[in-house]
Design a protein around this ligand. Structure first.
Ligand code: ADP
Length: 743
């Protein structure tokens, strides 16, 4: 079958290729057959012994006729079949002609689409000759299409932008080209297209005119750079202006303080206090404005340093305690023991936010108190800081508004309490910058709770350390806490965490009745119940408790206390002091007032030794103020009016063998500034191998870069003006204690 088919195919192909030979063969075969047949018949009929028989002839003729009819019928069938195929072929042919038309039309449309495209389209052969260019390309080139086809025309490139390549191989790049209408920015997309085999690849380039976009982008970027520069200048200006304002203010506040230390009539003292308070209010306002503008300028740089969490919180409570106690309010803090001792973050900024929240809480509270509670947050490594008060509360409609700048909940109330309405706006931005959130819950008339939750990680260095040994109160050690209010509740919570059994009562009569009930490990009595009541309870507790502690406010610290007490604790309580006090064996505690455990009394212990201090300060009033403050604290002071004088004085004292214990160095001074003077001192120390003199910067500039500059120059710490006695005392105490200053 296959073989026959192959033979047929070969024959057909032969016929197609050599039609003349096929015709000759076909004619020859027909002629030979006809001739052969006729010849045979005639020869046969004329032969003598052919035995002609008319019957046989008739039979033969009819047979041949039948054979011819069969041949004709076959031919006719074949003809019909061929006709049918011809009709099919004709229909197919027509369809092909239609399709061809359609294709031609489509090609025409595509070509005119290409030609009329707004984008530039140009095709080049492998030798770079243009094979197609659309109208837009011709228009931009300023030439007719015919004049471009076949040439290697290209625009001159004025500027070349960056180029990138897609995974498909398409190259994208921006170019500024020279055209008869001037320079235009074109964003090109170029790729090679392989044509039929044997021909080289064609380069297709499509370009979009992006001049307007590019120029707008450039203008925007320039405007942004200018705005950045202006912002930087504004920030610098604000820092400068605030420095300039702070310096005289420093004098006003400091001198006011010194004036108040002299003997004044009642009236004079009132005026002097007013001067000092107004100065402090102005200073706070300047600081808030400066801070706000820094945050606005995106200049809020956060430091990441390890710091002790409970120290920070207790410092804040202690700092605010006088303000709270002056309003007869309680203030207390609680740091959950599950939290790491040291965490890494920006302690100064966190302190600023918490001071603002707790300061507001005191400001807007008339009775009750304020609690600062630090607990693990809802996410791992998140810490939640709660500032709770029992104040006037905030109406629901004001709750989101107060976080906006210069907004206050109630104008009328704001007039009574004062303030700028900036504190919460600043706090929220700082917290957001730290990656945290601030939320508020409040009940008008009942109080408010501000909660900040920030991701803070534990410091590696402080891991596993504990701040103090917590006293072992397990095994059912009972403690009677006779007190009321926020702080009492927090003390009870802490004692429970230490394993004690706590009984908290606020009523003296109930407490008296409870005392004989059992033998108490310790009895804590709040003197706020009344001095007489506290003393009476102390006496009553003598036989029932080995430890009898009284809780005092700093103002009642110097009052005479009953001998019934074995010790006292100053409110707001530090957890370490409470732990130290409860861990002491009562027998070795003097029956009268024992001094506070060392944790709380470091501040004044060492200042009496008297340091020799070199103060480099060009401002006369500030220098006078520094001298007075230091002299009052028992130190000897040498003043230098500029960096050069300070350096000379330091060199002289070092070579005389009586080096200074401390240098307080103003940063901005004529001749030689503080940074340069410090560098030279450090260089001299390094060259001679001499003793390292602690140097503290003294400046009103609070920009982070200024701090870095100080540390880079070799300073040990930083004192921000206006300097008050406590800050200075604290820094000096730290210095005397360790000779290694950390402010
Ligand atoms: P300022 O206290 O300087 O006015 P803040 O931004 O700190 O500015 O506070 C904005 C306003 O929010 C305050 O004026 C006050 O109306 C309201 N507010 C803030 N904290 C409290 C609070 N603890 N209790 C009641 N109102 C508060």
């Amino acid at each position: 079958m296959g073989r026959t088919f192959r033979i047929k195919v070969h024959t057909r192909r032969f016929r197609r290729r050599h039609p003349r030979i096929a015709f000759a063969i076909r004619s020859f075969v027909i002629f030979s057959a006809t001739f052969g047949g006729a010849f045979g018949f005639i020869t046969g009929s004329r032969s003598e012994n052919s035995g002609y028989d008319p019957n046989a002839f008739a039979i033969g003729a009819s047979f041949l006729f039948a054979l011819a009819c069969l041949g004709l019928a076959t031919l006719s069938m074949r003809l019909r079949f061929v006709n049918k195929r011809l009709r099919t072929l004709a229909a197919h042919n027509e369809a092909l002609i239609d399709r061809n038309w359609e294709l031609k039309e489509a090609e025409e449309r595509a070509r005119s689409l290409f030609e009329q495209q707004g984008d530039l389209i140009v095709l080049r052969d492998h030798q770079g000759r243009i094979t197609f260019a659309n109208d837009a390309y011709c228009a931009l080139a300023g030439r007719a299409r015919n004049a471009l086809i076949g040439t290697r025309f290209d625009f001159d490139v004025l500027e070349q932008g960056e180029s990138a390549r897609e995974s498909s191989g398409t190259r994208m790049h921006d170019q500024k080209i020279a055209t008869p209408v001037g320079g235009r920015w074109i964003a090109w997309r170029e790729g090679f297209v392989r044509l039929d085999a044997g021909q080289g690849a064609e380069l297709q380039s499509v370009g979009r005119d992006v001049t307007d976009r590019t120029e707008t982008e450039r203008a925007l970027s320039e405007a942004r750079d200018q705005a950045d520069a202006a912002n930087r200048a504004k920030s610098r200006f604000l820092a400068m202006a605030s420095h300039e304002i702070r310096t005289p203010l420093n004098g006003i506040i400091g001198m006011g303080g010194l004036l108040l230390d002299t003997t004044l009539t009642l009236e004079q003292a009132t005026y002097a206090r007013a001067v000092k308070t107004s100065g402090e209010a102005l200073m706070a306002l300047i600081e808030e404005l400066l801070d706000y503008s820094k945050i606005e300028a995106g200049k809020l740089d956060l430091e990441l340093r390890p710091f002790a969490l409970s120290t920070l919180i207790e410092d804040i409570t202690e700092l605010l305690a006088p303000r709270a106690q002056a309003k007869n309010l309680e203030i207390a803090a609680y740091v959950d023991e599950r939290l790491p001792l040291e965490i890494v973050g920006d302690a100064a900024r966190l302190r600023q936010v918490l001071l603002n929240l707790a300061g507001n809480a005191i400001k807007f509270t008339a009775s009750g108190g304020v609690a600062l509670i630090v607990e693990p947050g809802i996410w791992p490594s998140e810490i939640s800081f709660l500032v709770r008060d029992t104040g006037i509360g905030i109406a629901p409609e004001a709750r989101s508004r107060i976080f906006r700048e210069f907004e206050q909940a109630d104008e009328r109330v704001a007039r009574t309490y004062g303030g700028t309405g900036l504190g919460l706006a600043i706090s929220e931005r700082i917290i957001k910058r730290m990656g945290g959130r601030i939320t508020l819950t409040s009940e008008p008339g009942q109080g408010s709770t501000f909660e900040i939750a920030i991701p803070l990680t534990a410091s590696q260095a402080g891991a596993g350390q504990t701040a103090f040994a917590s006293p072992d109160l397990t095994g059912g050690k009972s403690i009677l806490l006779i007190a009321d209010g926020i702080e009492a509740a927090l003390i009870a919570r802490r004692l429970e965490r230490w394993g004690g059994q706590i009984c908290m009562v606020s009523d003296a009569a109930v407490a008296e009745a409870l005392l004989p009930e059992r033998s108490w490990h310790a009895v804590l009595i709040d003197r706020a119940l009344g001095p007489d009541v506290a003393d009476r309870l102390g006496e009553a507790a003598r036989t029932h408790a080995s430890q009898r502690l009284v809780l005092l406010t700093p103002s009642s610290r110097h009052e005479k206390l009953s001998a019934a007490f074995t010790g006292f604790l100053v409110k707001p309580l530090r957890a370490a002091s409470l732990a130290a006090r409860l861990a002491l064996t009562p027998e070795i505690v003097a029956p009268d007032l024992a001094p506070e455990p060392p944790v709380e009394s470091t501040a004044n212990a060492t200042t009496s030794k008297g340091l020799s201090v070199l103060v480099a300060e060009d401002n006369e009033i500030n220098a006078l103020l520094m001298r007075s403050l230091l002299t009052k604290l028992g130190h000897s002071v040498v003043l230098a009016v500029h960096g050069e004088a300070a350096l000379e004085s330091w060199l002289a004292s070092a070579s005389a063998g009586t080096p200074y214990d401390l240098v307080l160095m103003d940063i901005q001074m004529p001749q030689l500034d503080g940074i340069e003077a410090t560098k030279r001192i450090r260089a001299h120390e390094a060259a001679t191998g001499g003793r390292h003199t602690p140097i503290l910067a003294l400046t009103a500039n609070t920009l982070v870069e200024d701090r870095y500059a100080c540390f880079e120059a070799g300073m040990n710490g930083f004192l921000i003006k206006p300097l008050d006695r406590e800050k200075l005392e604290e820094a000096l105490a730290g210095l005397a204690a360790s000779r290694q200053i950390a402010v």
